[in-house]
Design a protein around this ligand. Structure first.
Ligand SMILES: [Zn+2]
Length: 295
């Protein structure tokens, strides 16, 4: 059997002191056991209630620092993780975001403050991870001014240069075997299920030699601008993802409609199929759907 030349990079999003602690500890165990060197996307000053799962963990910043010392890359994951802007993003996966469409001076101030907060905790952020994939040319300009030269985003199959920064693509939200190229698997500790974590751990065991750090990814895949063909493929990927999101939204609405009509209801829009979901099931599903492509 021919060995796959694919490389994988783990990215963990939405890290802040109020992260869901049990799942984060479990994932951290996998990271340490297999000596992975992930991108840790840390929110500097979280004000997003969706990320307040547990009481603030007094050892959170120390944990980030320890993992960075083991080779993880610290990413600036926005500033306060709020999605109040409707500007168009360079990665058009969501309508609302924290950064896209916000004036340059504000973005500059948020990025500067975010970096200062992370640095005041002893961390050395080197890469940008936009909440909800939302950022624009002004974000890139502000990042360049702060000497952040790496972005984790985009649907290419290798790192590439755009807007004066090196983009390391992020295309997966769970383990998928690939034949070639560089694939970033993004996990959300707050919403991942135990089964998904187990599946990821098994994938790591089977492919541990194919996991790379940010430095290794850049060394193994020299970054050049994308070709026209690669750009077409990238845009087709965004379109497919947008359609999938609309479909999930429609299913969610149908579920809620069904909910308002009782816990067990034959909905003609679902072909008369009867599905009983407890409220806890629905809340979990809703949260997971929202988080899947949130970034
Ligand atoms: Zn996020």
């Amino acid at each position: 059997m021919r060995r796959s030349s694919a490389r994988y990079l783990l990215r963990v999003d939405d890290l802040c002191p109020t992260v869901r602690r049990d799942r984060w500890r479990e994932l951290a165990g996998v990271i340490y056991k297999s000596r992975l060197r992930p991108i840790l996307a840390v929110v500097p000053d979280n004000l997003d209630p969706a990320l307040c799962i547990d009481k603030p963990d007094g050892s959170f910043w120390q944990q980030m620092l320890a993992m960075e010392q083991e080779g993880a890359a610290i990413a600036l994951h926005g500033y306060q993780h709020r999605a109040l802007s409707r500007g168009r993003s360079l990665v058009p996966l969501h309508r609302r975001s924290e950064f896209a469409g916000v004036p340059l001076s504000t973005q500059r101030s948020w990025i500067r403050s975010g970096l200062e907060i992370l640095r005041s905790r002893g961390l050395s952020p080197t890469i940008w991870v936009a909440p909800r994939h939302g950022f624009d040319r002004n974000t890139l300009k502000a990042l360049r001014e702060e000497r952040i030269t790496l972005v984790s985003d985009g649907f290419a199959r290798r790192p590439f240069v755009r807007g004066g920064l090196t983009w390391i693509p992020q295309q997966l939200w769970g383990p998928v075997e690939k034949r070639s190229g560089l694939w970033t698997i993004c996990l959300h500790t707050n919403t991942i299920t135990s089964e998904q974590l187990e599946e990821f751990a098994e994938f790591v065991s089977a492919h541990v030699s194919q996991f790379v750090s940010v430095e290794q990814a850049i060394a193994q895949f020299p970054a050049l601008p994308l070709t026209v063909f690669e750009e077409i493929r990238e845009n087709a990927g965004y379109a497919r993802r947008a359609i999938a999101r609309i479909r999930r939204g429609m299913m969610r609405r149908l579920c809620l409609e069904r909910d308002s009509e009782g816990p067990l209801h034959a909905n003609p829009k679902l072909g008369g199929r009867q599905i009983a979901l407890t409220k806890a099931d629905r809340d979990t599903k809703l949260h997971a759907d929202q988080a899947q492509s949130r970034g």
